[in-house]
Ligand binder design. Structure first.
Ligand SMILES: Cc1cc2nc3c(=O)[nH]c(=O)nc-3n(C[C@H](O)[C@H](O)[C@H](O)COP(=O)(O)OP(=O)(O)OC[C@H]3O[C@@H](n4cnc5c(N)ncnc54)[C@H](O)[C@@H]3O)c2cc1C
Length: 390
């Protein structure tokens, strides 16, 4: 039997796996991507909201067939208060993930990578300097292995940061083509929210996530609360990760990228940018390690990802802790107490991909400040009692 060999095998052909493949193969590293589904980008499980700058950093030029919409406003509401942020300066757009993933796949293939669909990863074992990967088709040997299988890889590790979500693509006259909506209700959607991502006038992706909720019921109830006249043209149910990064990202010559490494924003579970960047950084590190025959260079990936995102993700994790403790009355009070000037500042200066400055706006309100104080004191007491116990 002829055994296939590649320098790097990537399990999972979505944004993180494909950017890794593109980067590796651009640098002359022989690369294969195996994807268990029959088509790259399908089934899509994403809202497709991303910033234009983020896409550019991922090395992507927006194709007209992937572009769905440009968003000009974000309306954020609680039970009885709401405010609007202009999204124009942040160039927020909505893309079709099916097309976007195929675009990265084409770049990777052009650079020399091989992509094999309907080929599932089964197991990984090591034989001296090689890994042996069992797939649904055959065994493949490789020097470096990348796990880009998404949340499936994380689920076994911890259930804590996982929320069930549902997202329906709908036609409904009430969808404003230029406004993204985020709706908080700590009783109905504890720990998360409802989102409406418009793909055009009267069309959009409406989704919900929350701790311990029946997402299908919650979403149907929300849509019906807007109007009973609508059509659902697609339904997806998929988990999201809000638990923050799960290092180590490198063990031996095996790397983890994207959702598999918990690299999605703990506030919104958005991951196109941070997971795609992980792929680029991992691919660069693998190429360098391979070229210089020095596997210590693999750790550059983890170091560089953390220096880009860790501080930001820590702020988001903290904001999440605060949010999870707020009841509807407190959220109403926070939203009503935001000054016009502060909202304008967020519109003008905040960054879609690094939004801790926008989160500060909420954390600086009286209620959130009090809660923040309590949380910090609790944290401090926990550390102190730990020190005493030791
Ligand atoms: C409902 C929803 C809405 C979202 N909306 C947004 C948004 O608007 N903006 C944003 O930035 N992010 C959004 N996200 C998050 C974003 O989709 C993910 O963070 C991103 O897709 C992660 O990319 P990934 O490559 O790490 O993993 P995934 O996209 O999950 O890809 C993993 C790939 O691995 C494959 N795979 C799994 N097991 C195997 C196996 N055994 N063998 C081979 N292949 C395998 C899968 O088929 C899949 O193709 C959303 C997520 C959800 C669920």
């Amino acid at each position: 039997m002829v055994i296939e060999y590649y320098d790097v095998l990537i399990a999972g052909g979505s944004v993180a796996g494909l950017t890794t493949a593109r980067e590796c193969s651009s640098n002359g590293t022989s690369t294969i991507v195996i994807e268990e589904d029959h088509e790259i980008g399908t089934p899509e499980h994403c809202g497709g909201m991303v910033s234009l700058v983020g896409l550019q950093k991922l090395g992507l030029i927006l194709h007209s067939n992937n572009f769905q919409n440009a968003v000009s406003t974000a309306r954020i509401s609680s039970k009885s208060a709401s405010f609007e942020i202009s999204a124009e300066k942040q160039n927020v757009i909505v893309v079709d993930r099916r097309g976007l993933d195929k675009q990265i796949a084409k770049q990777a293939e052009d650079a020399g990578a091989e992509i094999r669909t309907r080929c599932a990863f089964k197991s990984l074992s090591k034989n001296q300097s090689k890994y042996i990967v069992k797939t649904s088709e055959r065994e493949i040997e490789c020097k470096y292995f990348v796990d880009a299988k998404g949340l499936g890889s994380l689920k076994d590790a911890s259930q804590n940061g996982i929320l069930a979500s549902a997202q329906f693509e709908i036609y409904a006259k009430w969808i404003d083509g230029k406004t993204v909506e985020i709706i908080f209700d700590s009783e109905k959607y504890p720990g998360f929210f409802v989102w409406i991502i418009p793909t055009g006038e009267g069309t959009g992706k409406v989704g919900v996530a929350g701790k311990g909720i029946n997402t299908s019921l919650a979403l149907n109830e929300f849509i019906n609360s807007r109007s009973t006249k609508y059509s659902i043209i697609r339904k997806i149910f998929a988990p999201i990760w809000i638990g923050g990064p799960r290092p180590p990202f490198v063990v031996d010559r095996a790397l983890v990228v994207g959702d598999s490494a918990g690299q999605t924003k703990p506030t919104t579970a958005g991951g196109i940018f941070s997971c795609g960047m992980a792929g680029i950084l991992a691919g660069k590190a693998i190429s360098q390690a391979n070229e210089k025959n020095d596997n210590r260079l693999l750790y550059e990936y983890e170091k560089n990802w953390k220096s880009m995102f860790q501080k930001e993700f820590n702020s988001m994790l903290f904001a999440r802790k605060v949010l999870e403790r707020l009841d509807n009355k407190s959220i109403d009070e926070i939203f009503s107490s935001l000054s016009k000037k502060a909202i304008k500042n967020v519109s003008n200066f905040s960054d879609f991909d690094f939004h801790s400055s926008a989160l500060d706006l909420f954390l600086r309100t009286r209620i959130a400040t009090n809660l923040t104080k309590i949380l910090i004191e609790n944290e401090f007491r926990r550390v102190l009692s730990g020190m005493k116990d030791n």
